[in-house]
Design a binder for this molecule. Structure first.
Ligand code: URA
Length: 187
């Protein structure tokens, strides 16, 4: 789903992000899904296509979900904390996260997922308000606002750490997605 900033007067203020962008990237997938995946912010490909997680890391994320038996069109709603691409793909600033959060909360309210997967540290901090290394907290179920939340490694981190050896981030993430599949089947 995309919006042209120039044609919409009601778009939220996005601090300095609005100098460099031409599209807002809102979501992909099923708005009635039990599972919501929240990432950090769109990258270049996402901005071009207008959907979250459609670049290299998104393709890896899709494969991880599909390998766990999760249907990426039916079972998942994908979105990001920040809806506009930060210049040079830098991490969103605190103010940008703060300005975008009301929109994310609205998405959570409307989609009303049973399970939320927080992909990477930005999503973890934005939702759970904790600073923890993903390697410590990943794979754990956490209760948040009546929903089950699990942090996982960001796929761009997995692309940089592709070893398939047992105990490494890639194989840990595969088992996290199997746990997620089990949970959405059970709920
Ligand atoms: N990384 C994210 O966190 N979100 C995207 O949509 C793409 C890459």
């Amino acid at each position: 789903m995309t919006k042209n900033i120039s044609s919409d007067k009601n778009v939220p203020k996005v601090s300095d992000l609005n100098n460099s962008i031409n599209k807002i990237v809102v979501s992909r997938g099923n708005p009635f899904a039990k599972l919501m995946i929240i990432g950090e912010a769109p990258g270049a490909k996402e901005e071009e296509i207008g959907e979250p997680f459609v670049g290299r890391s998104g393709k890896l994320l899709d494969r991880l979900l599909q390998n766990a038996g999760i249907d990426i069109n039916q079972d998942v709603y994908f979105c990001n904390v920040v809806k506009c691409r930060p210049p040079k793909n830098r991490r969103p600033t605190k103010i940008e996260i703060h300005e975008n959060l009301p929109w994310l909360y609205q998405q959570i309210k409307l989609v009303n997922p049973r399970v939320i997967v927080l992909v990477g540290a930005t999503a973890l901090e934005a939702i759970l308000k904790i600073k923890s290394r993903i390697s410590i907290i990943r794979g754990e179920w956490i209760d948040w606002e009546g929903k089950l939340v699990m942090p996982v490694f960001h796929p761009s981190y997995l692309l940089r750490n592709p070893s398939k050896e047992e105990g490494k981030p890639m194989s840990l993430t595969k088992s996290d997605f199997l746990k997620i599949k089990e949970k959405i089947d059970f709920l």
